[in-house]
Design a protein around this ligand. Structure first.
Ligand SMILES: [Zn+2]
Length: 396
């Protein structure tokens, strides 16, 4: 990362074994979606090789790089490329630069492979949201920064200066800056090393966020099953209104200690551990994270009785493309309606139990609505009918 040139560049090497034959490799370049490209972000790639040999590439659209070829099932393929990201300014999004505080989320080319299905090529969202899908993988990341004394907080664990590993995660994200750092340990139920860093310019006391994160980790893990990793890192940076979740790593803004903390931690179960296609089935992560938030914050009762507006009511299962055209309804239609649908199933302790079943059956996978409905049906015989009344169906 070189702030003097306002760029981040890197060399990416991917080892990938498709479980089905395919005639292409696909990489998603999320910074080229309309929201970030519109404020000056750009991700470029070059020197693409497959198996060490130069490979031809095409762009299906600015966020979708295609490497045609013949890739049989079960045979590992190694692809490599150089990438270069131009940073936008102090925007309220996952890639941003505010002085020497830099947010890097969904920032490098990533493989959108869904095992058993193939490539997920949903369009990028027009607004602040994510449409990504990625299988779980092991990341080995070397980071150097200019200036060289910047702090770095990231997914996974730092095992030596400038080097991180993150195991069994779908993505890798990081933030840089001048951080005030506090550490703590949660028991979720195994020990989890919690690190919270607050950018100096935010004026935030990281100890308060760390105490809340520990409490939420322990509460969520008791409800939904053990937290799956040994670290959790939270980076508080300026010019961010809410939170953005990544595996074992979350970005939050300065004034977000309340429901944002419990919501984003909910995503460590719903998105991070149990994955989903966030473009096709956004309710599977946002509705369930909002349910986790509502359970922790004591707001689930209000969510259960809230009235969902026309255009959103009964449309829970719609893809992100529907909500992009109806953005003012997205929060009510997916977040609140998703939590409401779950809470309507019945006794909340039993809903938690159904979600534990869903997590246990689908951990590290990319789940579909039918997987959630099946898990819910194991506890509530009427679950499919109840969820269908909100617009969620197995076939969607
Ligand atoms: Zn969320």
């Amino acid at each position: 990362m070189d702030l003097s040139s306002n760029t981040v560049s890197g060399d990416l090497k991917v080892r990938f074994t498709p479980d089905m034959a395919t005639d292409r490799l696909v990489f998603r370049l999320w910074p080229n979606g309309p929201a970030l490209a519109g404020v000056g972000a750009h991700l470029d790639v070059g020197d693409v090789t497959v198996g060490g040999t130069g490979a031809a590439t095409t762009f299906a659209n600015p966020t979708t790089l295609v490497v045609p070829g013949s890739y049989p099932a079960g045979r590992p393929v190694e692809a490599a490329m150089h990438w270069r990201l131009t940073l936008p300014g102090a925007v309220n999004d996952r890639v941003a630069r505010i002085g020497d505080a830099v947010r890097l989320g969904s920032f490098f080319p990533i493989l959108p492979w869904e095992p058993g299905v193939g490539w997920d090529t949903e369009p990028p969202p027009p607004q602040f949201a994510e449409a990504s899908t990625a299988p779980t993988a092991d990341f080995d990341v070397t980071v150097s920064t200019t200036p060289s004394d910047l702090g770095v907080l990231a997914s996974g664990a730092q095992d030596r200066p400038g080097h991180w590993t993150a195991t069994a995660v779908r993505d890798f994200a990081m933030s840089t800056g001048r951080f005030s750092i506090v550490t703590a340990v949660a028991h979720a139920p195994d020990p989890v090393a919690v690190t919270v860093g607050a950018s100096a310019s935010t004026g935030v006391d990281p100890a308060q966020f760390a105490a809340k994160a520990v409490n939420v980790l322990q509460t969520h893990s008791a409800r939904f099953g053990p937290y799956a990793w040994s670290t959790y890192t939270l980076a508080i940076t300026p010019a961010l209104g809410g939170g953005i979740e990544y595996p074992t790593f979350v970005m939050q803004g300065p004034s977000t200690i309340g429901r944002t903390t419990s919501h984003e931690l909910g995503h460590e179960w719903f998105y991070s551990l149990v994955g989903n296609d966030q473009g096709r089935d956004p309710w599977l992560d946002e509705g369930l994270a909002t349910y986790a938030e509502g359970r922790y914050e004591g707001t689930i009762g209000g969510m259960r009785t809230t009235s969902i507006p026309p255009g959103a009511a009964g449309h829970l299962g719609e893809p992100l493309s529907y909500w992009g055209a109806n953005h003012s309804l997205y929060n009510q239609g997916v977040y609140i309606q998703g939590a409401k649908a779950l809470a309507t199933l019945g006794d909340l302790d039993l809903v938690d139990c159904a979600l534990r079943v869903y997590v246990a059956r689908n951990a590290y996978r990319i789940a579909r609505p039918g997987d959630l409905i099946a898990a819910a049906s194991s506890v509530f015989p009427d679950a499919a009918r109840t969820l269908a009344s909100f617009g969620a169906h197995s076939s969607s």
